[in-house]
Design a protein around this ligand. Structure first.
Ligand SMILES: [Zn+2]
Length: 115
């Protein structure tokens, strides 16, 4: 299953103990939306639990810091990047290939600070 850091996903019904393990890893739960990982989540541990609940391998994707879209498709580092360990924010193909990526990054960072 694919899980986007910062995006909601659903899981099959699980026992109370597994659920509290997920909460301890910093996974959020909302009755209507489901589960969500964030920058505060211990993603490496959470992915192990999610994988065992879902019964399949978990493919973690991260968002682009600038546009907020899924950053992983088309990324040249996709195969070598361990997305359980990197920052949950990256740059999408479009924004990473701009010559002024660092300028865009600074602008987006400043905009986030003002929110
Ligand atoms: Zn982008």
């Amino acid at each position: 299953m694919k899980v986007l850091v910062g995006g909601w996903f659903s899981l099959p019904r699980m026992g109370r103990e597994i659920f509290s393990q997920l909460m301890r890893c910093g996974v959020e739960y909302d009755k209507g939306m489901g589960f969500r990982m964030s920058a505060q989540t211990d993603i490496e541990s959470a992915v192990l639990i999610i994988g065992s609940v879902a019964g399949e391998e978990v493919d973690v994707s991260v968002r682009c810091f600038i546009c907020g879209l899924v950053a992983c498709p088309g990324c040249p580092y996709l195969d070598s990047c361990d997305r359980r360990r990197v920052s949950p924010l990256c740059l999408c193909h479009e924004h990473a290939s701009l010559g002024d990526a660092y300028e865009s990054y600074k602008l987006a960072f400043g905009a986030n600070l003002k929110v």
